[in-house]
Design a protein around this ligand. Structure first.
Ligand SMILES: NC(=O)C1=CN([C@@H]2O[C@H](COP(=O)(O)OP(=O)(O)OC[C@H]3O[C@@H](n4cnc5c(N)ncnc54)[C@H](O)[C@@H]3O)[C@@H](O)[C@H]2O)C=CC1
Length: 514
C-alpha cells in the first residue's frame, strides 16, 4: 500500500521537514555485512539454501547485500523457533502482550530516522515518504497494543442455568510474505495484529528489500518478546513455497501480485489454511466538475505518484468530467513538472528511482504503448545518472485515454496516471467498475448525496471521498474481486489472526435419549 497510508501524517510531518536531521548515511555508502535471517532472538546464517540473491540500492544500482535464499531446513528451523515462542506468548495476558508491542513502538519512534534512512536506501522512495512509513509502522503497533488487552469472547445464558462462552484464541505460527514497496510497514501491518492476538510469526520480505525487516525483528526482541516470536527468512519464490507448504503453519498473510496470490491460495488450500491476500489494483478516481478543483488535482497527484507510483491502491484511472477535463489536465501537468526528482535521501526530493531496472523497463513499455495510442499530454523522462542503471524514473500523465487501452486496463506499478473523460454519473460508475480488480476507489464532489451514492456503487474494498491514499490504521484495508480478501488494519484484522472457541457448560444432569 501502499501509501494509502499517508496523507494525514504528511501534514503532521511537514514542520519536521525543516529540522536538520542528523543522519550518518548518505547515498552510495551503506553496505550490509550482517546475517539477514533472524530466529530464536538473533541474526543467523541459514542452515541451507536454495540459491542466492542480491539486493540493490535503487538510486545508484550498487549491490548492498548478497544473501543465501533459505532452504527447506532453514524454513523449518524458523518455524520451530516460532513454535517455541508461541507456547510462551499464547499464555500471556493481553496486557502483557500490549506492553511488549508498546515498547517496540517506542523503540521504532526513537530510531525512526535511522529506520527511514535504511528504507530509503533499499527501496528508493524519498526520505520524506519513508519517515511517513515509519510513523505509520509504530502507530500500527500502538493501535494493536491497545486492542490486545480488550480481546474478549461472549457469555451466553442457556436454559436451566447452563451457559456458554466464547474464547478468542490465537492461530499458532503465522507466515507473513511481504512486497518490496513498503518493506517495514507491511511487516508491521502483519506482525502488529498477529502478535497482539497471541500468535508467533515467520516473515519473508521481498528479496529486493531484505534489510529493514531484520531491524524490526531486533526491535521486538529488545522490547521483551520471547526469542522466536518474530523470525525472518530471506529468499524468493522457492523459500516462500517452503513456508506456505509447511504443515505446522497456521495462516498465511500475503502482499504482492495477483499471480503469486493465486499460487499461495492453492498451496494453502492443501493444508486448509486461512489466507489473507492483499493484491494489486487498477483503481478508479472519479472527479466531478462540482468538486473543489485544487483538492481534486492534489488528490489525483496523491493517488498516483507516491513511492514512484509503486502503490497497490493507487487511483491510476482518473475519470474527469468533460467540462473540466482540459483545465484539470493542464493543472496536473503543471504540478507534475514541479515534482522534485532526485537523490531520495535529500530533504527536498519527492520522487526517487523505481525499485529496479526490470520495473523501469516494464513502466517504459506501458508508456511507449500508450504514446502510440493517444497524444500524450505530458511524458517526462528523467535520466539522472547514465551510469546507474536503476536511477531513472518516467513520469507521465497521459491525457484522454480510452478504457480499452493497455495502460488503462493493466496495473503498471509506476508513475503513470491515465486521464479519462466522462459525461454522466451512471456512465462513469459502470466504467469505473469494469475491471477485475477492486482494491480502492475515490470520488471528488461537493454534492454529498452523489458522493455517498457513488461510493456505495463502487466495487472496491476501500473508497475515498474528497481525498485519496490516506489510510489510518484504525480503518480496515483490503480488496474486492481479484484484489484479494481478508482485511488489514482496524479492529476487524483481529478476526483474521484469531479463532473462536465455543465452550458449552452444563449446570444440570445429562438427559440421555438412550
Ligand atoms: N499489492 C501490492 O502492494 C504489490 C503488488 N505488486 C505487483 O506485483 C508485481 C511484481 O512484484 P513482485 O515483488 O515480483 O511480486 P510477487 O507477487 O512476485 O512477490 C511478492 C512476494 O511474494 C514472494 N513470492 C513470489 N513467488 C512466490 C511463491 N510462489 N510462493 C510464495 N511466495 C512467493 C516474493 O518473494 C515476495 O516476497 C508488481 O509489478 C506489482 O504489479 C508488487 C508489490 C506490491
Amino acid at each position: 500500500m501502499k501509501l494509502l497510508r499517508a496523507a494525514p501524517i504528511i501534514r503532521f510531518l511537514i514542520p519536521k521537514l525543516h529540522q536538520t536531521m542528523s543522519r550518518s548515511l548518505s547515498t552510495g555508502v551503506f553496505q550490509n555485512s550482517q546475517p539477514l535471517n533472524y530466529r530464536a532472538g538473533g541474526r543467523v546464517q541459514p542452515v541451507d539454501s536454495v540459491g542466492q540473491e542480491q539486493a540493490y540500492e535503487p538510486s545508484t544500482g550498487r549491490v548492498i547485500a548478497t544473501f543465501a535464499c533459505s532452504g527447506e531446513k532453514e524454513v523449518n528451523e524458523a518455524i520451530q523457533s516460532a513454535k517455541t515462542a508461541f507456547k510462551i506468548w499464547r499464555q500471556k495476558s493481553g496486557m502483557e502482550r500490549s506492553r511488549v508491542l508498546l515498547e517496540a513502538a517506542r523503540i521504532i519512534r526513537e530510531r525512526s530516522e535511522e529506520l527511514a534512512t535504511m528504507e530509503t536506501i533499499n527501496n528508493g522512495k524519498s526520505i520524506f515518504e519513508a519517515r511517513v512509513d515509519i510513523e505509520i509502522s509504530w502507530q500500527t503497533l500502538e493501535y494493536y497494543a491497545g486492542l490486545a488487552g480488550s480481546m474478549a469472547g461472549q457469555h451466553v445464558q442457556l436454559p436451566g442455568g447452563s451457559f456458554g462462552y466464547t474464547r478468542r484464541e490465537p492461530l499458532g505460527v503465522c507466515v507473513g510474505i511481504g512486497a518490496w514497496n513498503y518493506p517495514f510497514q507491511i511487516a508491521c501491518w502483519k506482525s502488529g495484529p498477529a502478535l497482539a492476538c497471541g500468535n508467533a510469526m515467520v516473515y519473508k520480505p521481498s528479496p529486493f528489500t531484505p534489510i529493514t525487516v531484520v531491524l524490526l525483528a531486533e526491535i521486538f526482541t529488545e522490547a521483551g518478546a520471547p526469542p522466536g516470536l518474530f523470525n525472518v527468512v530471506q529468499g524468493a519464490a522457492a523459500t516462500g513455497e517452503f513456508l506456505c507448504k509447511h504443515a505446522e503453519v497456521a495462516k498465511i498473510s500475503f502482499t504482492g501480485s495477483v499471480p503469486t496470490g493465486s499460487k499461495i491460495m492453492e498451496m494453502a488450500s492443501k493444508g486448509i489454511k486461512p489466507v489473507t491476500l492483499e493484491l494489486g489494483g487498477k483503481s478508479p478516481l472519479i472527479i466531478f466538475s462540482d468538486s473543489n478543483f485544487d483538492n481534486a488535482v492534489n488528490g489525483a497527484l496523491m493517488a498516483n505518484f507516491l513511492t514512484q507510483g509503486q502503490v497497490c491502491c493507487n487511483g491510476t484511472r482518473v475519470f474527469v468530467q468533460r467540462d473540466i477535463l482540459q483545465k484539470f489536465t493542464e493543472e496536473v501537468v503543471k504540478k507534475v513538472a514541479k515534482i522534485k526528482i532526485g537523490d531520495p535521501l535529500l530533504e527536498d526530493t519527492r520522487m526517487g528511482p523505481l525499485i529496479n531496472r526490470p520495473q523501469l523497463e516494464k513502466v517504459l513499455a506501458f508508456v511507449k504503448g500508450a504514446k502510440e495510442q493517444v497524444s500524450c499530454l505530458a511524458v517526462k523522462m528523467v535520466k539522472r545518472n547514465q551510469t546507474a542503471a536503476h536511477h531513472e524514473v518516467s513520469l507521465s500523465p497521459i491525457g484522454e485515454c480510452r478504457d480499452d487501452m493497455t495502460c488503462v486496463k493493466e496495473e503498471i506499478f509506476g508513475p503513470v496516471m491515465s486521464i479519462l473523460p466522462f459525461d454522466t454519473e451512471e456512465e462513469v460508475l459502470e466504467r469505473a467498475n469494469n475491471t477485475t480488480y477492486g482494491l480502492a476507489a475515490g470520488v471528488f464532489s461537493r454534492d454529498i448525496q452523489r458522493a455517498h451514492r457513488v461510493a456505495a456503487g463502487l466495487q472496491a474494498g476501500m473508497c475515498f471521498i474528497n481525498n485519496y491514499n490516506v489510510s489510518p490504521v484504525e480503518l480496515p484495508f483490503g480488496g474486492y474481486k481479484k484484489s484479494g480478501f481478508g482485511r488489514e488494519n482496524g479492529q476487524v484484522a483481529i478476526e483474521y489472526y484469531s479463532q473462536l472457541k465455543t465452550v458449552c457448560v452444563e449446570m444440570g444432569n445429562v438427559e440421555s435419549v438412550f
